[in-house]
Design a protein around this ligand. Structure first.
Ligand code: ADP
Ligand code: ZN
Length: 737
């Protein structure tokens, strides 16, 4: 551990990170090595570079290969010729041959024809020789006084900086200046960075903060440098982002670095644009999908203090800023802050921990805080800040609930109720945009034989296949695809499609408003990199009228032109077998509704449901978070759910079901045996009970006193970690137990 600690301290500059890895291991019952790996930089100081190798041999074979390449879309021919002459070339060398997009398509098709192979290799990152700047830190004025006698050279430098702001290192070269700078840096009075000082100013925002925002900003700013955790609860459109930006600006001005977490990749481009506009080029992005080479570069830049703000999804939390001042966790209620591979950490908890270890301020923000976070705030463990109204005198949208049962009784059974149909027509007529939300992609979720009741299931997973418009049935768990026949494979009866997904909605919308420009954003249309960004830009620019989408469009999106938001089926998330189903429904609906009328206040929201009286729906309609929270926390207390106990899910998977069940029983016995107060539920089949030909069973543990039992648990589980026939997954605080 000592050796690891040395490496960590060298590579991270922040000893807090060592503590953080230990926290990850203990809190999430994960082996220390796994926890450490999460924190390790992708490849410090080096960059991964992709190189392309030419495969065909010499002579005739090459000629044939070049002929083939010339038949592929350009620049495949040119790339092939280039590679054939050199055998190997780096990505940088190929750049001259075409535009990025065409180039990568050409390389992909050459690869699929077996002409080239890609290989990754390390390259030392060139140390950039940008001029380095000296930036004054805090306490400069006071230090001048004390240094003036003892160390006149240092005092003189500080005076220069105080009066003239940041200066290049070289301007202090004469008269032992470098040595003095070094001493000043050690005392924390200055920072030396390669950042041009022009970037260091916040580009002045025109918006004047309202009183609630002012207060929140003042309280958070006052904590900078000392640390503290805040929950910023503000209704949708209340100007939370504006608060984060002001605080980030202040943190930067004081020489601190800022981490800015967002829950979805889809939100990153928008956030980066907003951050860059206000904070300049010091903003970089880190997320799980970034190539390792790029991640390593950002990592290294962060470590050297060349960038000051990193935004990204949960993995950005571990960026090795040496002087972290502020961590913002935007939309903190989002389930995606939970990591789904080991260590299965919760980025909110880890952010709070990192903040404590490094004295950084942590701001969790949401219109619909997670029950756990709000509970912490209620008990005074974190400080609650509230923005009760929409910013800039914009009022909350009008919400209307449409009872689908009544629609049905009136003989109307389309996907869109008459009310919603009419709303869309009105919005389109007024030249405004509409969003239709449905939390299910595909065309029809179930295909059923009317005669024998057969439902086609995935042959690898125990889940029903989803019908897609291209005439296929797809498994949404493993991606398995098969053709959809018109007749039942079992009895030959007629097959019907039940329910509706986004594709079906799109079809209906196209039929109803043939002239409208329609976009669809779901897992199928946004799977490829950059696709969502394109949809987002198109819609935000007003180049489309109706956006139909799932999850990604609900969170934090700021579309100014949207007048109407329609929720096609509010009940979808309500009936999931999970104690958080109601909370998730409430959050989803409140967030979706918050997309309407963000600038004008003329927004309208129509929620379709078969449960018009359910509080999760009615309280979302009135945006009454507090009332919802009271009901929710009472339920959690009565039924012993988090935050009153800790939940642990132990998942067991393997190809041999008997072994899987047996192992689950063994572990259950072990935990039960030692006279503990841990309540063990199960073993029960997981949902789905089989994925990719592996059976899944699980135990749910309700742990009343976590700190007392975590050691016992870790010890009980240790022996089951590396079994080859049954894999055990340990999930502390699971999101979908
Ligand atoms: P949230 O993050 O709470 O949803 P945003 O920060 O995105 O809210 O703000 C919503 C909209 O209101 C944005 O268009 C923003 O520019 C604007 N806004 C924020 N604060 C103010 C203010 N004090 N006065 C006027 N408009 C504001
Ligand atoms: Zn499957």
């Amino acid at each position: 551990l000592k050796a690891i600690k040395a490496v960590l301290e060298r590579d991270f500059l922040s000893p807090g990170m060592v503590e953080l890895s230990r926290y990850l291991a203990e809190r999430y019952l994960s082996p220390l090595a796994v926890a450490l790996n999460t924190l390790l930089p992708p490849a410090t100081g080096r960059r991964l570079e992709r190189r392309w190798c030419w495969l065909p041999g010499a002579g005739g074979e090459t000629e044939e290969a070049l002929n083939l390449a010339n038949c592929l879309p350009p620049p495949a021919g040119a790339v092939a010729a280039y590679l054939a002459s050199r055998r190997v070339a780096g990505e940088g060398q190929l750049k001259q041959l075409g535009r990025r997009r065409e180039l990568s398509e050409a390389l992909a098709s050459l690869k699929s024809h077996g002409l080239v192979r890609e290989e990754w290799s390390w390259r030392e990152a060139p140390r950039e020789r940008r001029p380095r700047w000296v930036v004054p830190g805090e306490g400069v004025a006071a230090a001048i006084e004390t240094l003036v006698k003892k160390a006149p050279r240092q005092a003189a430098i500080l005076k220069d900086l105080r009066d003239g702001g940041p200066r290049p290192v070289t301007s202090f070269a004469a008269g032992g200046g470098y040595a003095a700078l070094k001493l000043l840096e050690e005392q924390g009075l200055i920072t030396i960075t390669s950042l041009p000082p022009g970037d260091n100013k916040e580009i002045c925002p025109e918006i004047k903060l309202n009183a609630a925002q002012e207060e929140a900003v003042a309280i958070i700013n006052a904590a900078l440098g000392r640390g503290g955790t805040f929950l910023l609860h503000g209704v949708t459109g209340s100007g939370k982002t504006e608060v984060y930006l002001r605080c980030a600006g202040e943190a930067l001005a004081k020489g601190y670095q800022v981490l800015f977490l967002v829950p979805e990749h889809a939100l990153i481009p928008q956030m980066v644009a907003r951050l860059r506009q206000r904070l300049g080029d010091r903003v970089a992005v880190i997320h799980g999908d970034l190539p390792a080479g790029e991640r390593a570069t950002v990592w290294e830049q962060a470590r050297r203090g060349e960038i000051q703000v990193i935004t990204g999804s949960r993995s950005a939390l571990f960026a090795p800023f040496p002087r972290l001042g502020l961590i913002v966790v935007d939309e903190e209620h989002a389930g995606s802050y939970k990591q789904d591979t080991a260590p299965r950490y919760d980025a909110r908890e880890v952010a709070i921990k990192r903040g404590q270890l490094e004295g950084a301020v942590v701001v969790l923000g949401s219109a619909t805080p997670s029950t756990e976070s709000f509970y912490l705030a209620r008990r005074g463990k974190i400080q609650l800040l509230q923005l009760p109204r929409r910013a800039g005198n914009v009022s909350l949208p009008r919400v209307e609930i449409v009872d689908l049962r009544a629609e049905f009784r009136a003989g109307h059974n389309g996907i869109l109720s008459r009310r919603l149909e009419q709303g869309i027509t009105a919005a389109l007529a007024a030249g405004q945009q509409a969003i239709l939300f449905l939390n299910r992609r595909g065309y029809a979720p179930h295909v059923l034989c009317r005669r024998c009741g057969h439902v086609p299931l995935c042959r690898h997973c125990a889940v029903a296949l989803t019908y897609h418009q291209d005439g296929t049935l797809r498994c949404h768990y493993c991606g398995y695809v098969q053709k959809a026949g018109a007749n039942c494979p079992v009895c030959g009866g007629t097959v019907v499609r039940l329910g509706s997904g986004t594709q079906r909605v799109e079809e209906e919308v196209r039929a109803l408003w043939p002239g409208a420009r329609i976009l669809r954003a779901d897992g199928d249309t946004t799977a490829r990199k950059g696709q969502w960004e394109k949809i987002y830009r198109t819609f935000a620019a007003g180049q489309a009228d109706i956006l139909i989408g799932t999850q990604a469009i609900t969170k934090g999106m700021d579309f100014p032109g949207v007048a109407l938001v329609g929720v096609v089926n509010a009940d979808l998330s309500l009936y999931q077998p999970d104690f958080r189903a109601r909370e998730r429904t409430f959050q989803l609906l409140t967030q979706v509704a918050g997309r309407a009328g963000r600038r004008t206040g003329e927004g309208e929201v129509i929620i379709q449901t078969y449960n018009p009286q359910d509080p999760a729906i009615t309280l979302a309609a009135t945006q009454d978070y507090h009332k919802f929270y009271e009901q929710e926390i009472a339920m959690r207390r009565n039924l012993s759910y988090p935050p009153f106990i800790k939940l642990v899910r132990l998942g067991f998977t393997g190809p041999d079901e008997a072994r899987v069940i047996e192992t689950a029983h063994e572990v259950a016995g072990l935990i039960n045996n030692k006279g503990s107060k841990i309540q063990v539920l199960g073993p029960a089949p997981g949902y789905p009970s089989r994925v990719k030909d592996n059976y899944r069973w699980q135990l749910i543990l309700k742990v009343p006193a976590w700190s007392r039992y975590k050691g016992h648990l870790a010890a009980s589980l240790a022996a089951y970690r590396n079994r080859h026939d049954v894999r055990m997954i340990v999930d502390v605080g699971p999101i979908n137990p």
